[in-house]
Design a protein around this ligand. Structure first.
Ligand code: AMP
Length: 211
């Protein structure tokens, strides 16, 4: 499908999970800045070593680094879902010079639900699959269903880092919702339900856009 999509939502909204489902179903390239950075940290690249300083504390990376990273990706990718970018007004302005998105989906979740989701979040260090010990747990105690490897917790999924990330989301990322609305491409989706419920809400919005 031909589409340039942006997905937004506070940490714990299920953004990454839903972005993967969208990419699979509609054949879009999933561009997640968080995942690209985590992959670089794992491989010990220069970018990864720089990223580590910010990510562990739940702080944003400098805009210039992130903008350049995305610009390089968009030179090669035309149909995509952007996850984790843009995250503030300067990044939004830089992005709108690079490309023009068709649709921006904002997943809305109440804040008291987020802390519970985040502290129960785990991932497989081998294949990257995401789990939640409460809502989407592995079959065997804290081990990946596919790889059998012990699940891990992201360094920035602590309550302290979450507070910082939520504050940043409220102050820096939320204003983008108005920008996308003014561009006429914003669609809000209720993200309070289960993964499948939220997925159904998202599909409706995308299929409406495709008409
Ligand atoms: P995420 O997986 O999207 O929650 O991103 C994890 C971390 O990567 C963030 O807390 C930031 O440190 C960094 N990061 C990801 N995307 C961006 C971005 N667009 N701008 C700045 N930092 C980012």
């Amino acid at each position: 499908m031909k589409m340039k999509l942006v997905i937004m939502g506070p940490p714990g909204a299920g953004k990454g999970t839903q972005a993967k489902k969208i990419a699979d179903k509609y054949g879009l390239k999933h561009l997640s800045t968080g995942e690209i950075l985590r992959e670089n940290v794992k491989q010990g690249t220069e970018l990864g070593n720089e990223a580590k300083k910010y990510m562990n504390k739940g702080e944003f990376m400098p805009d210039e680094i992130i903008n350049n990273m995305i610009e390089k990706k968009l030179e090669r990718v035309k149909n995509y879902i952007l996850d984790g970018y843009p995250r503030n007004i300067p990044q939004f302005k830089a992005y709108m010079k690079m490309d023009s998105p068709d649709l921006a989906i904002s997943i809305e979740v109440s804040e008291n639900e987020l802390a519970e989701r985040i502290t129960n979040r785990r991932f497989c260090p081998e294949c990257g699959k995401n789990y939640n010990l409460k809502f989407n747990s592995p079959e065997e105690d804290e081990k990946c269903d596919d790889c059998g490897v012990k699940l891990e917790q992201r360094d920035d999924d602590t309550l302290e880092a979450l507070k910082k990330r939520l504050k940043d989301y409220r102050e820096k990322t939320n204003p983008l919702i108005d920008e996308f609305r003014e561009n006429g491409i914003l669609k809000k989706v209720n993200g309070d339900g289960s993964i499948e419920e939220v997925w159904n809400n998202i599909k409706k919005v995308i299929e409406e856009e495709m008409k």
